[in-house]
Design a protein around this ligand. Structure first.
Ligand code: SF4
Length: 466
């Protein structure tokens, strides 16, 4: 496929057909499962989505209050609370905690915030071994690859590719049997849990009322990270708060069903603080780092609703653009419709590097319809497009503007002539077509012209009517 067009198109085109097909099938299956389970279990899932969206929006609108409340509760529970304004400060804070404990090895559970600030690479540069323990993330780390999906990071890989990776890293001779792959990963990871000095997690939610930190996984790796290590560091975006413990029921029910079509994820942990005097195991120290890294700025802007996101991945699974392009085209930790909004916003005010992302959408609205916290993603994409346009940001390789199309479409005579010409255009060999169409056509397939012109058909129909 050609390498022209916007960066999004180029990254999408760089994916092999087998990878694209794996993402297409995986996301379609994820969406079908989510819909089946949600509508099987609830009479009116939409009212739950709206309620969850209102609770999250309320929390965001009073975030200063809830952050203070959560800090007070966490400290009363024995945790130490830190605030990090940006990625650099967050990474340094983690490193200082580890240094103060003489920690040299850490195990991590899947945490998008740590990926966002590239914590693993930072720690490695400072002599700390950092290992991902979620199976998908572990494979991504071995391959020095990037996740292609928020919930299923290796959706783009098949078991043969994973078996080759394991063989290449000394994890046994090639064997692509799924049970063998998971058993080998388990044996390797269990040794690492026992050797580790600290466990680093994110959090799906934190209740401001009790300071309870909630983690959900399907592999139990977060439990191992916390049971075997003596220090727990949780790096959490400031938007992860919910006001009360009772809100957690709603969010956990929506998260499991929206993410994987499960009534509840297999492991749901509620962590209130470090190990108590009467408890036999668990970390003796707990640190919670609240990460800003651009979130306050997003909160002050006109796309603040995106901070409601609970990272379920449902909008990716339903998105026709994501299904064709796969997650790597979004070039950030967050992919799909949520990534098309969040990645540019986290990058800064005018996001020239990611200006193509808000345009990578058909605005069909499916992402909004499935979002468990009712984020109006198409509206946010339009606001970002507008913001980019006002700032004069033009993505590299952008197609010519729609101005010429608008001029044409608003002049009936010119439009009729253009339609006649359009019919002939399909007969012109690709390289001889006008430049605008060559750029657009680099990553799009123009369907062959079939049938007659609609206007002629309509005129004929009217003529025949009595
Ligand atoms: S934007 Fe909504 S649907 Fe998409 S990942 Fe976030 S919560 Fe899920």
């Amino acid at each position: 496929m050609s390498q022209r067009g916007e960066p999004f198109d180029r990254f999408a085109a760089a994916q092999s057909e087998s990878r694209r097909s794996a993402v297409r099938l995986g996301s379609k299956a994820g969406h079908e499962k989510r819909t089946e389970v949600l509508f099987r279990d609830y009479v009116d899932p939409d009212s739950l989505r709206r309620l969850a969206g209102e609770i999250k929006q309320h929390t965001l609108d009073h975030l200063d209050l809830y952050l203070e409340r959560a800090q007070a509760r966490l400290e009363a529970n024995g945790a130490q609370v830190h605030f990090a304004a940006d990625a650099e400060e967050a990474c340094r804070t983690v490193l200082e905690i580890l240094k103060s404990r003489g920690a040299k090895r850490v195990v991590k559970t899947k945490s998008m915030a740590t990926e966002e600030i590239e914590l693993g690479a930072f720690l490695e540069r400072h002599g700390v071994e950092s290992l991902e323990t979620d199976l998908g993330e572990f494979i991504v780390q071995l391959d020095a690859d990037k996740p292609s999906h928020i919930v299923k990071p290796i959706m783009h890989k098949d078991r043969r590719e994973v078996a080759r990776t394991f063989e290449g890293h000394g994890l046994g001779a090639y064997d692509d049997t799924p049970e063998v792959i998971t058993r080998r990963a388990r044996e390797h990871l269990r040794r690492k849990y026992l050797e580790a000095d600290a466990g680093i997690t994110g959090a799906n939610f934190i209740s401001a009322e009790s300071g309870r930190l909630v983690l959900v996984t399907n592999e139990g790796n977060s439990r191992f990270c916390l049971a075997a290590t003596r220090c727990h560091i949780a790096l959490v975006g400031i938007e992860k708060l919910v006001p009360r413990d009772r809100d957690l029921g709603l969010f956990l029910n929506l998260l499991g069903r929206s993410a994987t079509g499960q009534a509840l994820s297999v492991y749901t942990e509620f962590i209130s603080g470090p190990r108590g005097a009467a408890q036999p195991d668990g970390p003796e120290a707990m640190h919670v780092i609240f990460l800003d890294a651009g979130r306050s700025e997003i909160l002050a802007g006109d796309a603040r609703e995106i901070l409601r996101c609970i990272r379920c991945g449902a909008c990716l699974n339903v998105c026709p653009v994501y299904r064709q392009a796969s997650g790597h085209a979004y070039r950030g930790v967050y992919s799909g419709p949520v990534g098309a909004v969040l990645t540019p916003l986290l990058a800064g005010e005018h996001f020239p590097e990611f200006a193509d992302l808000p345009r990578a959408s058909s605005l069909c609205g499916a992402c909004n319809e499935v979002c468990p916290v009712d984020i109006p993603i198409p509206d946010l994409l339009l606001r970002l497009r507008d913001r980019g346009k006002r700032a004069g940001v033009k993505p590299a390789g952008a197609a010519p503007s729609m101005k010429s199309f608008a001029r044409l479409a608003s002049r009936p005579a010119a439009w009729r002539r253009a339609l006649r010409a359009g019919r002939l255009l399909g007969l012109i060999p690709g390289p001889l077509r006008p430049r605008a169409l060559r750029v657009w056509g680099a990553n799009h397939v123009l369907p062959p012209w079939r049938g007659g012109a609609f206007r002629a058909w309509m005129a004929e129909r009217k003529r025949k009517q009595p």
